[in-house]
Design a protein around this ligand. Structure first.
Ligand SMILES: C[S@@+](CC[C@H](N)C(=O)[O-])C[C@H]1O[C@@H](n2cnc3c(N)ncnc32)[C@H](O)[C@@H]1O
Length: 277
């Protein structure tokens, strides 16, 4: 097996293909199904929910973000229990969420059979979207836990409980893309050299961080455009190149140029072995 394996499709079906007790950490950023108080709010496009009006960059919309809170919780428990089967005993779990979905996410972690161990704060800095007459939603959260006991590991060391990173446009390849520097800090919860699984990889930031920090990576993504972005970024990370919009010789991910590896004339096949639907 290489250091990266990518699967395109729904994670609930793709996770079933992965062997039991085979990954050292699950680190993921699922669709939050957030962005409003009522179901009608949540049914809006992800660009409407998660981007400032007037934003100049067009990212592809992404799937799976319209569940009401109860069905979001049940759905999370389903994929979390499948991730539990795939994780090795003692493997850490990290899931991103926002303030609105924080309570249901901690419930789902436990319903999925994981031991809930805490909440880490990602401070997005004062650059977060302002709200007139209200507190800024300046933080997102990482709910974390483990598959059973979590033995103290000298090789992992002591990690912070708050991360402060701004979102930089040149490092953002998805509406909900996380900063690569943030993810490089987060993946360090995994024992050195281990395999990290992200069942909602989006543009592949967890995988990029994993490779840059010396881990192996399994990623799943249902959206073809996001999957293609992940392939390119992971290939670049593996080649130890820094991808930015100004330097990358790649089709634009921001202008919705239709592109897929399979559609190119000299198709080299998947960059990374794995299942596609
Ligand atoms: C919040 S985004 C992840 C962004 C990622 N952290 C990044 O930095 O690019 C969640 C991703 O999960 C994908 N997704 C939604 N439902 C899915 C499913 N059932 N199986 C696999 N991927 C899914 C969406 O297409 C979206 O790209």
């Amino acid at each position: 097996m290489g250091d990266v394996t990518l699967y395109r499709g729904d994670c609930l079906s793709k996770l079933c293909e992965l062997p039991s007790s085979s990954v050292d950490a699950v680190i993921t950023d699922p669709p939050y199904s957030s962005g409003g108080q009522f179901r009608g709010d949540r049914m809006q496009l992800t660009s409407t929910k998660y981007q400032n009006s007037g934003a100049k960059i067009v990212y592809p919309e992404f799937a799976g973000d319209t569940r009401d809170q109860r069905s979001f919780g049940y759905w999370c428990a389903l994929w979390l229990s499948e991730c539990l089967r795939i994780a090795k005993p003692g493997a850490p779990l990290c899931i991103f969420t926002d303030w609105r979905q924080l309570p249901i996410t901690t419930d789902a972690v436990q319903a999925g059979g994981w031991v809930w161990r805490g909440v880490v704060v990602w401070d997005k800095t004062e650059a977060a979207r302002p709200q007139i007459g209200r507190f800024k939603s300046q933080a997102e959260y990482l709910v974390w836990g483990s598959k059973g006991e979590l033995p103290p590991r000298e090789d992992v060391g002591c990690l912070p409980g708050v991360f402060r990173y701004v979102v930089r446009q040149e490092d953002k390849f998805h509406i909900a893309g996380k900063p690569t520097a943030l993810m490089r800090d987060v993946v360090r919860i995994c024992p050195p050299g281990g395999v990290i699984l992200d069942p909602f990889m989006g543009s592949g930031t967890t995988g990029v961080a994993a490779l840059l920090e010396g881990y192996r990576f399994h990623g799943i993504e249902s959206d073809p455009e996001c999957f293609a972005a992940s392939e390119l970024r992971l290939q670049a990370a593996r080649d130890s190149r820094i991808v930015s919009r100004s330097t990358a010789q790649q089709p634009s991910l921001f202008d919705r140029v239709p592109w897929s590896p399979a559609a190119t004339a000299a198709d080299p096949g998947p960059l990374f072995p794995g299942g596609t639907p």
